[in-house]
Design a protein around this ligand. Structure first.
Ligand code: G3P
Ligand code: CA
Length: 275
């Protein structure tokens, strides 16, 4: 099905084009940009020596050939690991056709650990507007260090003080209202997204934590409470839904008028939207 509203929905590549290429690698983000994604989603964590790297899990065990918590490893330790081979094994296990990315890649940097700084450079060099949705992971453990480092980097790239939230190519997402509050206190014009795995009773009327203008409900929340999306919209909020991979869920989101679809399959969603 194609949709009349198709052009108003942003397609956000979740961890890059992470169905096709290993999540959170340059390979996955390059593919998402080639695929035409409007925005890239990434999770950020602090290394032991204070760098922000794009890794989802607390440990590197699932997505690399190493072991241990990101927070216990230095950037040099992480740089020695391969974040691509697990995906090759998974791709060959799960499907018949060859994955359309090369492993090992010609340039090992394509599947080595990705710093947020390198991702910001990639976006700056994309040759078109590509937005970035950056999720702070477990920021409460680090008493503001994740946000401090994030804002330092965004300032260096001239991204911390957009003319308006609507014009900002960067937004910061979190399940932690406190993390979003820290970001807004230091960079008031930067848009923030409150992620939700369920709707807490005090937010059922469509309210969000103070100062947050974008709701980030999971697709499960949207499926089970479709009227909640309208309540959020009536309250003047944007709605960005994750992680939307099934065609019927894309239809549901578009039908409800959500503002962004966060997906592991940006090309498939763009095709479905007729873009
Ligand atoms: O985009 C939000 C979504 O990524 C939150 O869940 O676990 O994939 O980081 P998770
Ligand atoms: Ca995430």
């Amino acid at each position: 099905m194609t949709h009349a509203l198709q052009h108003s929905v942003k397609v956000v590549a979740h961890r890059g084009a992470s169905e096709d290429a290993p999540e959170h690698t340059l390979a996955a983000y390059r593919k998402a940009i080639e695929d035409g994604a409007d925005a890239l989603e990434c999770d950020v964590r602090l290394t032991a020596d204070g760098h922000l790297v794009c890794v989802h899990d607390r440990r590197v065990n699932r997505t690399s050939n190493g072991r241990g918590a990101v927070s216990a490893l230095e950037l040099a330790d992480l740089a020695a690991l391969d974040f691509g081979s697990w995906k090759t094994r998974e791709a060959w296990r799960g499907r018949d056709e060859e994955p359309d990315w090369e492993h090992p890649p010609e340039d090992p940097a394509d599947t080595s650990v990705l710093t947020l700084e390198r991702l910001l450079e990639l976006v700056a060099d994309a040759g078109r507007r590509v937005e970035l949705a950056i999720e702070t992971k477990h920021p409460t453990r680090w008493a503001g260090q994740v946000e401090d480092r994030l804002l330092t980097l965004l300032k260096r790239f001239g991204l911390a003080a957009p003319a308006s939230a609507a014009e900002s190519p960067v937004r910061v997402m979190s399940f932690s209202a406190r993390s979003l509050h820290r970001v807004r206190a230091a960079a008031p014009a930067l848009p923030t997204v409150y992620l939700m795995q369920f709707v807490s009773p005090r937010l059922r009327d469509g309210r969000l934590p103070a100062g947050v203008r974008i709701a980030g409900p999971s697709i499960r929340v949207v499926r089970s409470h479709p009227l909640y999306v309208q309540r959020l919209k009536d309250a003047g909020h944007q709605v960005h839904v994750w992680t939307v991979n099934e065609p019927e869920d894309v239809d549901l989101c578009v039908g409800l008028g959500v503002d962004a679809i966060i997906t592991n399959r940006p090309r498939a969603v763009l095709d479905q939207l007729g873009r």
